[in-house]
Design a protein around this ligand. Structure first.
Ligand code: NAD
Length: 276
């Protein structure tokens, strides 16, 4: 079995609903792409670096009996995003699901943060989600609802973070981008609901991926991290993939404008568990 194969059963059905997942060759995006395939969707694997990792995810999707295509595109580049959607829609006929997952960090103390660090994070994490969502909504609006496929014309899932709520010293660009993602998602959800398009967010806590390796890779770091997680385990990418598949499915057809926090209780102010 491929190393990229999903580890859990995915109960929802996304058959006939091609999905595009950004940043799908690593971490959460990879698990989401495989979860979409395990739920029955054909999947576009977007990536910006490491084509071999993207191909591996594509093989994992094909091992689920689904079609896959890989597309290199920087989500912060308008022309590349437009070209990616044109290529994906040309190949699969349409798209029903967008998972706006690509994201990065460029951490610095606030007084030392450069404009380049600020712009890079806002460009990928916020502008990238705007650009991809806009192309997806254009396609969903044009096609409309196809009853046999889904109750909705399309589904958008925005990868946010607990840091859309929790301030994060040393990461003000990242926290600002995720706060922005929340209002981007909610405002889009309000605007496109009459078109039968749903938009929701996912707010992961600490998930075991390359983006936060220093926070979990040594026992000392892991122990420190657990002081922030009441449920006392790190999240796995599959924990997020399960929720994304559900949000994208008709099982969640009355859910729009919501953020689902998947964080083992990180957003429950764990410091107050023993007093306060
Ligand atoms: P990751 O570094 O493994 O994955 C990020 C992906 O985004 C990679 O595939 C990367 O190449 C891609 N990417 C970066 N810039 C891009 C660009 N310009 N265009 C296209 N793709 C680009 O990290 P991850 O943890 O899997 O992160 C995925 C998402 O989850 C991010 O939005 C991140 O902010 C969010 N998130 C992660 C955690 C966590 O604990 N891991 C917590 C909260 C939120």
């Amino acid at each position: 079995m491929s190393e990229a194969a999903p580890v859990r059963h995915f109960p929802v059905v996304l058959e006939g609903q091609p999905a595009l997942v950004t940043g799908a060759n690593s971490g959460i995006g990879k698990a989401v792409a495989l979860g979409m395939a395990a739920s029955g969707a054909d999947v576009v694997v977007n990536y910006v670096v490491d084509p071999a990792a993207a191909e591996e995810v594509a093989h994992g999707i094909e091992a689920c009996g689904r079609r896959a295509m890989t597309i290199k595109a920087d989500v912060s580049d308008e022309d590349r995003v437009k070209a990616m959607f044109a290529q994906a829609i040309g190949h699969f006929g349409t798209l029903h699901i967008l998972v706006n997952n690509a994201g990065l960090q460029r951490d610095a103390a606030f007084h030392e943060m450069t404009l380049a660090q600020w712009k890079k994070v806002i460009g990928v994490n916020l502008t990238g989600q705007f650009l991809c969502a806009r192309e997806a909504v254009r396609e969903f609006k044009k096609r409309g609802v196809v009853d046999q496929i889904s109750a909705a014309a399309g589904k958008l899932v925005f990868m946010s973070s607990v840091h859309q709520e929790i301030p994060w010293a040393g990461h003000v660009n990242y926290a600002s981008s995720k706060g922005g993602v929340m209002q981007l998602m909610r405002s889009i959800a309000q605007e496109v609901a009459p078109l039968a398009i749903r938009a929701n967010g996912v707010g992961p806590g600490a998930i075991r991926t390359p983006i936060n390796r220093p926070a979990w890779e040594t026992p000392k770091a892991y122990g420190r991290l657990m002081s922030l997680v009441p449920y006392k385990r790190i999240g796995e990418p599959d924990d997020i993939a399960q929720a994304v598949a559900w949000l994208a499915s008709d099982a969640a057809d009355y859910v729009t404008g919501a953020t689902l926090f998947i964080d083992g209780g990180m957003s429950l102010y764990p410091g107050f568990a023993t007093g306060g």
